[in-house]
Write a protein that binds this ligand. Sequence first.
Ligand code: AMP
Ligand code: MG
Length: 181
Amino acid sequence: MRIVITGVPGVGKSTVMEGFARAQGLEIVNFGTLMFEAAKAQHVVTDRDQMRSLDPAMQRTIQKQAGQAIGAKASCIVDTHATVRTPRGYLAGLPAWVLDAIKPDVLVLVEAPAEQIHHRRTADPTRARDQQSAAEIDQHQQFNRAIAAAYAMHSGATVLTITNPDGGLEQALQQLRNALG
Ligand code: AMP
Ligand code: MG
């Protein structure tokens, strides 16, 4: 099965996914890491958090390269974003040419209350997270739901929403296992 897992930065998607992938013996592919390798090879960034500020055309170029690399794999779980917040607005994480390369069976949206995500980002010193208000984070999560419908239409993938509130990691994992395990 090909699973794509998404969520706004700080929602805890990587943590939820690692627990699930380990239990299922699924290979995890981090889309941002594949893009970062492509971007570094082209000498356009030195930090992965700089990529979303690149010219959108450059982001799409390296995004396409990452999508093609994933298309060559059999079963896997892809850690990525439904949309990326750029200075020019939301960039689709899974435009048609990426969906056509990845061919997902399931698209997972990991969500949490915006206020909690806001606090998690403030508390994370390891990443250059965008400082957004809870209202902006809420708007981003709503936009991701909207675009997920478009992705479902284009690809035929099912869309599964998982909630990962504070202290709710085990329940989030259980939701994934119930649906996909
Ligand atoms: P992450 O470590 O998952 O936050 O990803 C790091 C960066 O990779 C993001 O901030 C984006 O710039 C980029 N990225 C990840 N997935 C995608 C995607 N599907 N489309 C465009 N950019 C992406
Ligand atoms: Mg992550």
